[in-house]
Each structure stands twice: as C-alpha cells, then as structure tokens.
Design a protein around this ligand. Structure first.
Ligand SMILES: [Zn+2]
Length: 113
C-alpha cells in the first residue's frame, strides 16, 4: 500500500506532500519518478510552457506583420502618386495659367502704351 511522502520541491525548495492519491495516479500513468515540484510550482511551470508554445507556434506572417507590409506598400504608392500629381499640376499650370496672370500682363500693356 501507498503512504503519504514528504518531498522537497526543486523550485521553491519547500517540502510538499506527495499524497497517496498522487502516487496512485503516477502509477496508473506509468510514471517511474517521483514529482520534483510542489503543486504550485508544477502548475506555474506548465503555464509557462503553454504560453511559450502558443507564442512560438504559427508560421508565416502574423496579422501585425501583414498590416505593416501592406502599410509600407501603401506609403510607397502614396509617394509615387503625389510625385506624379505634382508633375501633372505643373504641366497644367503651364498650359492653363491662372487668370490672375492675364490681368497683370494686360495692365503692363496699358502702361507701355
Ligand atoms: Zn515549489
């Protein structure tokens, strides 16, 4: 028969009880070794492993990376378009000068007369 054992936790170095129930579970699962950690430390360790696996799992780009990639190309496109727009604006100004300029030249003509 099993009996409660007091073991030392390798993490917090405090004694914890390895209960008969736990020993039975261990035997049912075929574990040969006694637990090294108390319940609290074991749970913390398992959570840490879970979190690590969740963050490292997942291939390719994350959503944030994808948004950054798209944002970069949109910004490049915007620069390209605004450069072209400025050139176009200059060309339009040459072909169709603003009306204010016409008034100025007419006044100069009158002065010369
Ligand atoms: Zn512990």
């Amino acid at each position: 028969m099993f009996s409660d054992e007091t073991l030392m936790c390798c993490d917090c170095e405090k004694p914890f009880v390895y209960t008969v129930a736990q020993q039975e579970i261990h035997q049912n699962k075929g574990y040969e070794h006694k637990p090294k950690r108390c319940d609290g430390c074991r749970r913390r360790k398992n959570q840490a492993v879970d979190r690590h696996q969740k963050t490292s799992v997942g291939s390719g780009l994350s959503d944030r990376d994808l948004i950054l990639e798209v944002g970069k190309s949109v910004q490049e496109l915007r620069v390209l378009v605004s450069n072209e727009f400025r050139k176009l604006q200059q060309a339009i100004d040459e072909i169709f000068p603003p009306e204010g300029d016409d008034d100025a030249t007419q006044k100069e003509d009158h002065g010369n007369g």
